[in-house]
Design a protein around this ligand. Sequence first.
Ligand SMILES: *Cc1c(COP(=O)(O)O)cnc(C)c1O
Length: 224
Amino acid sequence: MVFPGLPARVAEIRQRMEEAVARGGHGQRVRLIAVTKGYGADAVRAAWDADIHDVGENRVQEAIDKMAGAVAPVRWHLIGHLQRNKVRLAERFAMVHSVDSARLADALNAAAVASARVLEVLLEVNVSGEAAKFGWAPHEIRAEGDRLTSLPGLRVRGAMTMAPLGASEAVLRTTFGGARAAAQVLREAGHPATELSMGMSGDYAIAVEEGATMVRIGTAIFAG
Ligand SMILES: *Cc1c(COP(=O)(O)O)cnc(C)c1O
């Protein structure tokens, strides 16, 4: 599969990201993560050729299969819900964005400790409070952040969130601002939580205005 027009779409996304950083005033650097789920290893190659060095996958097995066929040395990010019986595969990823429960955090920690590694993770925050979403409510982050300081296998690098589908600009700003506040709480607990993973094809400009340091974009890169 080829991706006609991909370089031009990526250039436009980078331009819009840059403008959003300027408007938002947070002055952050933003990493563009190409979400390759549903596509083959050729999408990884196409992203790499467009100078994107990070790819995101929401299913572990799909990612592992793709890693085997990928010819570019990208960093792999796990962005979807992880079942606890698959935690030993987490070490294949540069970062797990979707740590969404205390039990999963504990299981990831145990797996990392067992293989003498430290796993880079983000805590998924369910700012919008949707029942179908995974993650902690914002008010739970302080206690969980304190608790996680005792887990040597995890390095808590920040927060991740997803806005409700089709949300208004006001709701997007509340959601992304809530994740930013959660990362601040994690820093207060002593974690190196400088990362904010938020923003997808439909809402990344506002996410970047609100301080995103990583955006996860699939459709706008690969489908145009
Ligand atoms: C699919 C997915 C994305 C990318 O969504 P697009 O709308 O295609 O950009 C981002 N984050 C997560 C968690 C996803 O599952």
